[in-house]
Design a protein around this ligand. Structure first.
Ligand code: FAS
Ligand code: PHB
Length: 396
């Protein structure tokens, strides 16, 4: 039997950042992860870190590689009607920017930091089960990589196990409320060994659909095109992907897109989802286990880290003073940022994707062009995009 203060289910950004922040405040935790270390460190996902996320990781002592290898981006381009219009972050947000640094790099840095500090992470844990969350001694049981049965007795359980995890379903159906919007399109994404087309991200609204031109380094590009939700990846050989990426970039000032070896290819569904409340008894949900945003606003990982920053501070206050005021307000505190982030991600998605590329131009298409024209010609409108993109201020 393992005795700890906080049992954390899931070693994604939420679980790992939480474990590290608790460690810095002298609070013990044990992380239980169903996948292997190699799998979680190679899983290609998010790419943009908000200004607040960068500050948090640096202040937590895990920002060294991020500072040396991350790419600082001072703006993005919105491309429509064959032209790019730039949104200048520092000018619109009193000096803030974002950093492009792959989620898998954040995960590697955090695993390294936790293991260096002798933190407990059980990879390849199977049959993970959580019980007793309505008492004061919840338990997490699992079979370890050798097949041995393990039991963790703790004070609190953090459900950081993502959208398909087990923790959200532990909240009784009569207590849990979910809110969802599924979009009529997905993203086909590739990671490719070729120089990014631009020194900043390009978000393109093309009549054939959305295209996103991002980066991971000076020699690695991360590229996405809007596709049908039921798309078969087998129908998208590399050549067809490159052709479509080039078409959606077309226009008078189109940058040059040079194909290169495709290192990873996948399709990501697009949904907005929120589960309320984000806590029940001694269980606290954080990150994708509680909410999902369409990646158009580059928010998923940043929101997960914002959740666990609130949770770590609440648990630290509880252990330091005995006051449960902050942990009792955890869900209410997190949901304010969650819903504002859901709004921004929905707005960016609605402005940049063609809901029915095969149909004639309709009223909604004209509204989209008006929205893009307004955001790129009005300082007030551009500021709303910029302040959300670099990240709203973190909870005081
Ligand atoms: P995660 O899903 O990252 O981590 C949950 C962890 O829990 C996983 O390691 C999982 O293996 C583990 N787990 C699950 N069930 C378990 C169980 N029963 N027991 C133990 N462990 C269990 N966001 C962006 O901002 N930009 C993007 O481009 C982007 N692309 C994405 C592409 C894909 C395919 C997906 C799925 C998500 C993408 N996201 C993107 C969102 C993503 O970055 C998430 O927001 C981020 O991973 C959230 O982190 P966590 O909440 O830690 O959840
Ligand atoms: C990425 O680089 O993976 C990325 C960047 C911006 C987004 C989504 C994904 O909005």
């Amino acid at each position: 039997m393992i005795r700890t203060q906080v049992a954390i289910v899931g070693a994604g950004p939420a679980g790992l950042v939480l474990s590290h922040l608790l460690h810095l405040d002298g609070i013990e935790s044990v992380v239980v992860e169903s996948r292997s270390r190699a799998y979680v460190e190679e899983r290609v996902r998010a790419g943009v870190l908000e200004s607040g996320t960068v500050d948090l990781l640096r202040e937590a002592g895990v920002g060294e590689r991020l500072s040396s290898e991350g790419l600082v981006h001072h703006g993005i381009a919105l491309r429509f009607n064959g032209r790019s219009k730039r949104i200048d972050f520092p000018e619109l947000t009193d000096g803030k920017s974002v950093v492009v640094y792959g989620q898998q790099e954040v995960v590697k840095d955090l695993i390294e930091a936790r293991l260096h500090a002798r933190g407990a992470i059980f990879f390849e844990a199977q049959d993970v089960a959580v019980s007793g969350i309505d008492g004061d001694r919840p338990t997490v049981t699992f079979r370890d990589v050798e097949g041995r049965h393990e039991e963790i007795v703790c004070d609190f359980v953090a459900g950081c196990d993502g959208f398909h995890g087990i923790c959200r379903s532990l909240i009784p159906a009569h207590v849990l409320r979910t809110f969802e919007r599924v979009y009529p399109f997905s993203w086909l994404g590739i990671l490719a060994r070729t120089a990014p087309v631009s020194h900043e991200l390009i978000y393109a609204n093309h009549e054939r659909g959305f295209g996103l031109y991002s980066a991971r380094s000076e020699t690695i590009s991360r590229l996405y095109i809007q596709c049908r939700p039921d798309e078969d990846l087998a129908e998208w050989p590399d050549e067809r992907v490159w052709d479509e990426l080039r078409i959606r970039l077309e226009g008078e000032d189109a940058p040059d897109l040079v194909p290169g070896p495709v290192l990873q290819k996948g399709i990501t569904p697009m949904r907005s989802f929120v589960a309320e409340p984000m806590q029940y008894g001694r269980l606290f949900l954080a990150g994708d286990s509680a909410h999902i945003v369409p990646p158009t606003g580059a928010k998923g990982m940043n929101l997960a880290i914002a959740d666990v920053r609130v949770l770590a501070r609440a648990l630290t206050r509880y252990y330091a003073t005995g006051s449960s005021e902050s942990i009792d307000r955890y869900s209410q505190t997190c949901l304010r940022r969650v819903w504002k982030t859901e709004r921004f991600s929905w707005w960016m998605t609605s402005m940049l994707h063609r809901y029915d590329p095969s149909s004639d131009v309709d009223f909604d298409d004209r509204l989209q062009m008006a929205e893009l024209d307004y955001v790129t010609s009005s300082r007030a409108a551009a500021r709303t995009l910029a302040e959300n993109y670099v990240g709203l201020p973190l909870e005081a």
